[in-house]
Design a protein around this ligand. Structure first.
Ligand SMILES: [Zn+2]
Length: 168
């Protein structure tokens, strides 16, 4: 099995609703995304996937859909307000958590035919969420990590829904 990863960066704003905590207020993050591709055999150029092509496919979608945009859940009253102001919004079916954004990028990569097996989104320097493709027959999973005293540990996990509706 061969695995490659590519790191991409973007900035986004968001807020969470139906939730209590500081993230109910609009704020922003400098995100670092680590995309993992896996193949059992290499292609004719002895690669899993050309890094340049990978960057081209994913960075251009991220730049035009997520970068310097406000990510909001579809029923958030801010959606109408931002649209009226002509501000760039990316509307999501679910709360724009790191987990949901990682899955959004994963789904796009999969739709483009990339052999993607995981997308990890670092929302801050110490906290990330991963959406990972599990072995055939098993449900896909979310996992989050937080760094404490320099060590990474998994703090939560869950089964992903089978289908994610992208609304924008
Ligand atoms: Zn946040």
């Amino acid at each position: 099995m061969y695995r490659v990863t590519k790191e991409l960066r973007f900035c986004y704003g968001h807020r969470l609703i139906d939730y209590s905590g500081p993230c109910v207020h609009p704020h922003g993050h400098n995100a670092r995304v680590v995309v993992e591709l896996t193949r059992e055999a290499l292609d004719r150029a002895d690669m899993v996937y050309d890094f340049a092509d990978l960057k081209q496919v994913l960075q251009s979608w991220i730049d035009s859909h997520l970068d310097h945009r406000m990510l909001l859940r579809h029923d958030d009253p801010l959606v109408a307000i931002f649209k009226e102001l002509g501000e760039p919004v990316y509307v999501m079916e679910r709360n724009p958590t790191a987990e949901a954004i990682a899955e959004e990028i994963f789904r796009y990569a999969q739709d483009q035919g990339l052999p993607v097996t995981a997308v990890q989104l670092w929302e801050t320097e110490t906290a990330s969420a991963t959406y990972r493709l599990e072995a055939e027959g098993k449900e896909n999973r979310y996992a989050v990590t937080k760094r404490h005293s320099g060590a990474l540990r998994a703090v939560d996990g869950g089964i992903a829904p089978k289908k994610n509706g992208r609304t924008s």
